[in-house]
Every structure is written in C-alpha cells, then in structure tokens.
Design a protein around this ligand. Structure first.
Ligand code: NAD
Length: 293
C-alpha cells in the first residue's frame, strides 16, 4: 500500500487526505467541486479529474461521500471504480451509508476482483485532520488487515465489528443514539432554566452522574454552551443518518416496537422545516416543534 486515492475532499475527506500524506503515503484525490480540489492541490495532493483516472493509479481508494446514492454512482458509473479499478484494489468506504447498499456494492466489486470494507468514522473534521478518528469496521479479517496501515494513518481507534455492512450498521446506531441524546439534552437544559438553575451548572452535575453522555460531556462544552455551533457536521448529514437508521429499523421489523427511536426520527425529520440543512447539527437542541428557530 503506497499510493492512496481519496474520493470526496469535503470536510472529512480533506483532513483524511492530509493525514494520509503525513503518514508517508503518496496521496491522490478527486472531487467534482473545484474549490475542494484546489485546496488540496495547494497542499501537494495530486488531483485527478475523474474517479476512473484515480482508480487506475492507486493501491487503495478511500471514499468520503455524502450518501449511498453518490457511493453507488462512484462505484458503478461508466467512469467508476468497478469498470476502471485493477484487480486487487481495496476500497475503504468511510462515508456514513446504507448497509444494504454497502453489501450489494461489495458483492459487485468482488466480481471485478476488488475488495470493499466499510469504515465509517467519528471525530469530525478535526479528528480527520489530526489522524485521530474512531472507525467501526465491516469486512473480512483479511481485508481489514490489509487496510490497517491506511486506517492507522487516519484514526486513533478502530473496532472491527464484523462482516461487510457491520460498520455501517454500527455507525447508524451510534448516530441514532447521539441524535436522540441531543434531543433529550436540549429538553433537559430548558427544564433546568425553567427551574431556575443555570444549564452550565446542571451539566457539571450531570457529567458527574449517571445521566451523562457524549453529548453532555463533549457537544455541550465544545459547541453549544459557547454558542459556537461549528462542529463541521451539518443538520443535513445528521438528518440523513437518522433517516437511514429509521429505514434500518423498518427493514428489520423493529420500528413498531421502538417508540423512542421512532419519535427521534419524527422530530429530526420535522426539524427540516425550521433548521436549515447547512446549520450545525448541534442546533437541534434549540429545536422546538412548531416554533420557527
Ligand atoms: P461534505 O459535504 O463536506 O463533503 C462531501 C464531498 O463529496 C464534497 O466535497 C462533494 O463535492 C464531494 N462529492 C459529491 N459528489 C461526488 C462525486 N460524485 N464524486 C466525488 N466527490 C463527490 O461532507 P463531509 O462532512 O465531509 O461528510 C462526508 C461523509 O462522512 C458523509 O457520509 C458524512 O455523513 C460522514 N461523516 C461526517 C462527519 C462530519 O463531522 N462532517 C463525521 C462523521 C461522518
């Protein structure tokens, strides 16, 4: 593994490409957005003008794309990986995506002698830039072992969950929980205020007790209490993740007996009316159904 391609040079892909470069790999990239490509060209990343050109040159391809639809187009398009990647190529999909689509693509690529693992991430743009992401992995032990040097350059913690798709299942569950924790924490902090106690003080107590979560320990101090709302993860992407989690619950027949999850799904979907797509995802704590933000 010497030459690595990165497809999708947005908030996450940009940092991953730079971490790979710092890790000693030759890094090439592709993004249809000229601005995204330009930033990385200035940092010494070799920019290619198509996925096909990239796929022909590299040992592994890291995908960091918005949705499964885009991943499918990048894999199966005429200009895509399946038609242009060489046998033995390893595809590492770090996008948060639909596990059913991931399994289907892995089977299709396998016929072309190309392996795919799912490696969705937590840690945001800062984690991507510092090579400090957390990854949950789906794929065969052999493919995950082959990917290890590439994954190690981008992440500080990796958990191999199971076969292809298991990483994406885990990521959707993680984000459903994070999205739900944000909703309950937003309600709880409004309760604190109404009861005459400062949310910051209440959070200090909660974080010393059993009500704490990643949201109360990290999101509140880092992006919410200081009114920064600059995590680099958007409402649009979190709404996508919650929607995918709802689809998974529906497909597995568990949604009917999951009222909390269903309500979280409904509230995140309803937030689209008043909280814009490009707002920070932490803005959901200010969302009250029926009220314009
Ligand atoms: P982003 O929108 O900033 O970047 C996506 C990039 O993909 C854009 O630069 C876009 O031009 C590019 N793109 C679109 N279509 C393409 C195509 N056909 N070929 C190549 N590139 C294409 O999104 P992001 O925040 O970097 O997120 C990327 C993925 O990582 C998403 O699946 C997201 O859910 C996931 N994720 C994001 C975060 C975060 O904090 N931002 C954290 C964890 C996971």
């Amino acid at each position: 593994m010497k030459i690595i391609g990165v497809v999708g040079l947005g908030n996450m892909g940009r940092g991953m490409a730079l971490s790979l470069q710092r890790g000693g790999f030759t890094v090439l990239g592709y993004d249809p957005s000229p601005a995204a490509a330009r930033t990385l060209a200035e940092a010494g990343i070799g920019i290619r003008t198509s996925v096909a050109a990239l796929a022909k040159e590299v040992d592994a391809l890291v995908l960091s794309l918005p949705t499964s639809q885009v991943v499918e187009a990048v894999v199966n398009g005429a200009d895509g990986i399946a038609a242009n990647g060489r046998r033995g190529l390893l595809v590492i999909d770090t996008s948060t995506a639909d596990p059913a689509s991931t399994r289907k693509l892995a089977a299709q690529l396998d016929e072309a002698g190309i392996a795919l693992i799912d490696a969705p991430v937590s840690g945001g743009p800062k984690g991507a830039l510092n090579g400090a992401l957390t990854m949950v992995l789906g794929g065969s032990a052999e493919d995950v072992a082959r990917a290890e040097p590439v994954l190690a350059a981008m992440s500080a913690k990796r958990v191999h969950i199971g076969d292809v798709g298991a990483g994406h299942v885990t990521k959707l569950i993680n984000n459903l929980m994070c999205a739900s924790h944000l909703l309950i924490a937003g309600e709880a902090m409004r309760l604190a205020e109404a009861a005459g106690v400062s949310p910051a003080r209440v959070l200090e107590g909660v974080n010393a007790g059993s009500g704490r979560s990643g949201v109360t320990q990290t999101n509140y101090p880092t992006w919410i209490l200081n009114d920064a709302f600059d995590s680099g993860f958007t409402m649009k992407l979190m709404r996508k993740d919650v929607r995918l989690a709802m689809n998974l619950a529906e497909a597995t027949g568990t949604l009917a007996t999951a009222p909390f999850s269903a309500q979280a799904g409904r509230l995140w979907a309803a937030s689209a009316e008043s909280v814009a797509d490009d707002e920070d995802f932490n803005r959901i704590v200010q969302f009250i159904e029926g009220r314009k933000a």
